[in-house]
Design a protein around this ligand. Structure first.
Ligand code: NAD
Length: 250
């Protein structure tokens, strides 16, 4: 098993890509802490993992709250003995132009998508250092790499921030054997994209921008995150793994 012996904390693990990663990690031998604000969904993922013979626990985690992060990392260490892997996956979307974007919307998205990653990284590093190293995987977006006309300025700015925060983390903590990499998914079938997929014109427009001609599935991304979490990627840090069906290749 590719994550045998490892302990992983996944933010936003209650649904979507985070839940796919939690299930896949558990199948590959990791003990998984699922952190989210969605309690019922998070507990369902925990139950599913246990039913299949894996080890997992849900913790209530609002990524914008430093105290929640301390408690979540504390749970990983007290329940499972250490922390090896952090997936900063929690995020919120958005889709308006700059002139229609309120200061409140800007602040909220930056809080969750950018500050949340900073707080998670800050909380995880001491535990990872004690474990002798670790892997931090930050979920950015293809929209953290290129601009587009139908996202929002705060979403794009927040995902760009995640990309560079990842590199800063990689450089600052390489000597502690803590690796940090960003993942850049393209459009994926999750609750976040539900509204756009339901509108035929928007759906067609999005698919027309994806050379592989389809939205990704959560597992398409989870397998990339699995690689970065495992020791197979021991020499990989500060890198960007693009999983976007070719969106940014054109
Ligand atoms: P999703 O909405 O299904 O899942 C996001 C999860 O994050 C939810 O469980 C939600 O409750 C959680 N979350 C939101 N705010 C939180 C907070 N303050 N504290 C803790 N948890 C919180 O969406 P998804 O598509 O699975 O998104 C996962 C990540 O992938 C996000 O960072 C998103 O920006 C990114 N992403 C998504 C797509 C896509 O097309 N779906 C593309 C590129 C990047």
């Amino acid at each position: 098993m590719r994550l045998a012996g490892k302990v992983a904390l996944i933010s936003g693990g209650a649904r979507g890509m985070g839940a796919a990663e939690a299930r896949l990690f558990a199948r590959e031998g990791a003990r998984v802490v699922i952190g989210d604000i969605l309690e019922a969904e998070g507990r369902a993922v925990e139950a599913d993992i246990k039913t299949k013979g894996g080890e997992g626990v849900f913790v209530r985690l609002d990524v914008t709250r430093e105290a929640d992060w301390q408690a979540a990392v504390g749970q990983a260490v007290s329940r499972f003995g250490k922390l090896d892997v952090l997936v900063n996956n929690a995020g919120i979307g958005g889709g308006t132009r700059i002139e229609e974007t309120t200061v409140e919307a800007w602040d909220r998205t930056m809080e969750v998508n950018a500050k949340g990653v900073f707080l998670g990284t800050k909380a995880a590093i001491p535990a990872m250092r004690r474990a002798g190293g670790g892997s931090i995987i930050n979920i950015s977006s293809q929209l953290g790499l290129v601009g587009t006309d139908n996202s929002s300025p705060e979403y794009q700015a927040s995902k760009g921030a995640v990309r560079l925060l990842t590199k800063a983390t990689a450089i600052q903590y390489a000597r502690d054997r803590i690796r940090a990499n960003s993942v850049h998914p393209g459009p994926v079938v999750t609750a976040m994209t539900e509204r756009r997929r339901a509108d035929p014109a928007t759906y067609q427009l999005m698919v027309s921008r994806i050379p592989l001609g389809r939205y990704g599935q959560p597992d398409d991304v989870a397998y990339g995150v699995l690689y970065l979490a495992s020791d197979e990627s021991a020499f990989v840090t500060g890198s960007e793994l693009v999983i976007d069906g070719g969106w940014t290749a054109q």
